[in-house]
Design a protein around this ligand. Structure first.
Ligand code: HEM
Length: 409
């Protein structure tokens, strides 16, 4: 060993957690102060688990839209996965072109405006059923089973053709399976996540077999016939994209609806404003997405050496766009820590960007519009004690329990 090898390596000034460590207690509830500090002091940062983080809006947009980067490294591997696992994991959010584009074209067909129009009444019916069941004498509601879960479950189950009655079990598996989307960043969660994914695989395989015998008009039926037609979709692509849609469609929207209710409990004047001016519904949802995103970050692997914040980050590095930090960048949003449903500024980062921009953004907005308009018409005086929130075991910021008090109008 030479003297040089024995010397401790100098740690660069941008390396460390700087207080923004997702494993810290309380971080899921309120990561904003830590990310503000990071954005102001070390906006381009290398974490101790070798992930780069971008926290400024402009850097995030440049990474997602204008940088040679993708989901896999130059050997086709997904960070944190073996070659075998990388070959099998074929959800579009883990694929690069041309495969990504081919599958996205197929899956997008299910998200046409007319498909969404058909979903609206179904979701409304499911909310009305849940809210009508509530005991009029009891002002406490657990927002997750009574609102935030049934809404996306009604839509994604109908679109995919999955039984609605399986929603609780699916939601449990889906929560844990999210950690497979960032395997390299959370090695400690991979065993549980892989088990949950296996349950989803067994469940979905049984449904696929059924569709092979009895073709259906839903997304799963469409994906099965695309697979049967030959080279357009292989069996792994069929399996991982139907499971991926369940994960993407269920988990994220549960979070959006739950965080929206928490935002309005913290800013009651905005809830009353929405009641008085229902035409603000669309901008209110954009503000909830900006203010408390349920998906705090998205990942890329650099396909070329790239400069961010004066640092040249080498090809094949893993890099996180910290969407939640970009959404509160004062260079883009005035008074960013204020929740204002009349805000009409730049587009938030919460649905990502570039070729992987969220495919379900319209569906998520539709679900949340129906949920919020149903709630604001019925209830005032929302109250939530943050200590009562229990988090689901998810990579994302998803409450598993969230009891709130309401007054009926
Ligand atoms: C509030 C709800 C939602 C949020 C916050 C959200 C957020 C995101 C984010 C951040 C990405 C990654 C984008 C990127 O890396 O650039 C994404 C991708 C994706 N989302 Fe969503 N999503 C939501 C709802 C949905 C729903 C309801 C569905 C479908 C049922 C869906 C399907 C997808 C799919 C398929 C992708 C991968 C697209 C691709 O790789 O081309 N999402 N979403």
């Amino acid at each position: 060993m030479s003297d040089k090898d024995a010397m401790p390596r100098a740690i660069p000034e941008y390396a460390g957690w700087f207080g923004a460590d997702p494993d810290l207690p309380g971080f899921k509830l309120n990561p904003h102060g830590a990310y503000k500090h990071l954005r102001e002091t070390v906006p381009v940062n290398l974490t101790p688990n070798d992930m780069w983080r971008l926290t400024r809006y402009e850097d995030i947009q440049r990474l997602l839209k204008h940088t040679p980067a993708g989901m896999r490294d130059s050997e086709g591997l997904i960070s944190g996965m073996t070659k075998e696992e990388s070959d099998a994991n074929r959800f579009i959010l883990q694929m690069d072109p041309p495969d990504h584009d081919r599958i996205r074209r197929l899956v997008s067909k299910a998200f046409t405006p007319s498909a969404l129009t058909a979903i609206g009444p179904l979701v409304q019916q499911s909310i009305d059923q849940e809210l009508d069941k509530l005991d009029p004498g009891n002002p406490t509601i657990d927002v997750i089973p009574n609102l935030a879960l049934p809404v996306p479950a009604a839509s994604i189950c109908a679109m995919l053709g999955v039984p609605f009655s399986d929603r609780d079990m699916l939601s449990e598996w889906v929560s844990l399976a999210t950690y497979r989307l960032a395997a390299g960043a959370y090695p400690q969660m991979q065993e549980q996540a892989a088990e949950a994914l296996q349950q989803l695989i067994n469940y979905m395989m049984a449904l696929i077999e059924e569709r092979r015998k009895n073709p259906t008009e839903d997304i799963l039926g469409a994906l099965v016939s695309a697979e049967e037609e030959g080279d357009r979709l292989d069996v792994e692509e069929l399996l991982f994209n139907s499971i991926g849609l369940l994960i993407a469609g269920l988990e994220t929207t549960i979070g959006l609806i739950a965080h929206a209710m928490r935002c309005f409990a913290r800013f009651p004047d905005q809830w009353e404003l929405l009641y008085q001016q229902p035409e603000l519904l669309e901008s209110a949802i954009e503000e909830c997405l900006r203010f408390e995103p349920s998906v705090p970050l998205t990942l890329r692997t650099l396909h070329e050496d790239t400069e961010f914040g004066g640092i040249i980050i080498p090809k094949d590095s893993r890099i996180m766009a910290v969407l939640i930090a970009g959404n509160r960048d004062p260079a883009v949003f005035s008074d960013p820590d204020n929740f204002d449903i009349t805000r009409n500024e730049a587009r938030h980062c919460s649905f990502g960007g570039g070729i992987h921009f969220c495919l379900g953004s319209h569906l998520a907005r539709l679900n949340t519009q129906i949920a919020l308009s149903s709630m604001v018409a019925r209830f005032s005086n929302l109250e939530l004690n943050d200590e009562d929130i229990e988090w689901a075991p998810s990579l994302f910021r998803i409450p598993g329990k969230m009891p709130m008090q309401f007054t009926r109008r």
